[in-house]
Ligand binder design. Structure first.
Ligand code: ATP
Length: 370
């Protein structure tokens, strides 16, 4: 792919104080968001949280009730959809069935009288590795191939911003995983700004540089996939991005960058920068794969949190890991994901175990977070 055609980067997108109300319902509340040029940005959230509405506002298919939309520094809030330098790839590929792959991809360029439409379409098809199928009709392609044609058609006229609305939703799991990696590599090759909407946390984390987690029309937290996973700031983010063990606690001390808190199972500690508060009631969280099981009580040295003894109530072998449930008196049930290492210990239901983890892996949320 020559840098001449696809080497230009996209534009940055800014949403300022965006609100969207439908009769009797507020879908988006006071949304402020900046998406840097050339980044792969994901809006992640459950059904109904306002992702598609946000995308439709950016595309110009809906008008905001308040706020401004700026693309590359230009206010496009009142610009008609077809005048915005924005393209959208939908879950339904919406290819023209009576046209060949090549005609589908070159259609927009030809209609706008842009020179060398066919050459540019071939180049976009090479990008998605489908140039050899340029003469086929969409009905003669697999779902994944149709999706790639839709992508080639969307990038061929180099929009400043590409919107992806659950574009992989119609594909089976294996193909979806493969396409996630391909989309990511295409994005880094074309350098356009991608705004991707999905309810699939793994998909968002696999592809995007930055993820905004949306809940009820608001952004709960924004950050890199690692930040959101390792340092969730709300119970919603902690549980939406994977499993978490959550424990109610009361802070007993905060000094030297370490917060200690009392739980029903004993005192636990965490780094101050991972706690939303340093006094009063707090909810402590830790991901299941950070926990280690021990047959003997491990020493409570300065860097470790320990709970137990407890009893294994369930052990499920899943291939890469074994997923345990451990019942700890006063504390409740903890989920523990243990890697199936060659020399790893295996615990059967009924086994007495202690649960320990590096306190660096503990995060502290507002009290009552679930
Ligand atoms: P999904 O993943 O299911 O597509 P979403 O996060 O994309 O969900 P939106 O489609 O943005 O959610 O919808 C957000 C909320 O706004 C929903 O409660 C929806 O019912 C409501 N909504 C969307 N469009 C309209 C409309 N035209 N009139 C009234 N309410 C609407």
């Amino acid at each position: 792919m020559s840098a001449g055609t696809f080497g230009e980067s996209g534009a940055d997108l800014r949403l300022e104080g965006i609100r969207k109300t439908f009769p009797g319902f507020t879908a988006i509340e006071d949304l402020d968001l900046t998406i840097p040029a050339g980044s792969f940005f994901a809006l992640l959230g459950p059904s109904g949280c306002g992702k598609t509405t946000t995308l439709r506002l950016v595309a110009g298919l809906e008008s905001p009730s308040a706020g401004r939309i700026l693309l590359g520094g230009t206010d496009v809030t009142d610009v008609k959809p077809h005048k915005r330098p924005v393209n959208t790839v939908f879950q339904s590929y919406a290819l023209f069935p009576h046209m060949s792959v090549l005609e589908n991809v070159s259609f927009g360029l030809r209609r706008r009288g842009i020179g060398d439409a066919v050459g540019k379409a071939h180049e976009a098809l090479r990008l998605v590795e489908l140039d050899h199928l340029a003469d086929r009709r969409p009905s003669q392609l697999s779902g994944g191939q149709q999706q790639r044609v839709a992508l080639a058609r969307a990038v061929v006229n180099r929009p400043a911003l590409l919107l992806l609305d659950e574009p992989l939703g119609a594909l089976d799991l294996k193909l979806r995983r493969q396409m996630q990696l391909e989309l990511k590599s295409i994005q880094s090759e074309v350098g356009l700004t991608f705004l991707h909407v999905t309810h699939d946390q793994e998909e968002a984390m696999t592809m995007a540089d930055t993820v905004a987690v949306m809940n009820r029309g608001r952004i709960e937290q924004l950050g890199s996939p690692e930040e959101l996973y390792e340092r969730p700031r709300t119970g919603f983010v902690a549980t939406f991005l994977g499993q978490s063990n959550l424990l109610d606690a009361t802070v007993v001390q905060s000094s030297g960058g370490v917060v200690t808190a009392r739980t029903a199972g004993g005192v636990l500690a965490l780094p101050e920068e991972r706690a939303v508060r340093t006094s009063g009631r707090i909810t402590l969280g830790v991901r299941p794969e950070k926990l280690l099981l021990h047959a003997e009580e491990p020493p409570r040295d300065g860097s470790r949190n320990v709970l137990g003894p407890g009893r294994v109530t369930d052990a499920s072998f899943t291939g890469v890991s074994t997923q345990y449930l451990v019942e700890v008196p006063e504390v409740g049930t903890l989920a523990v994901f243990a890697q199936n290492l060659v020399f790893g210990a295996v615990y059967a239901p009924g086994a007495e175990v202690w649960v320990a983890w590096d306190r660096e892996h503990t995060f502290g949320l507002e009290a009552g977070a679930r």
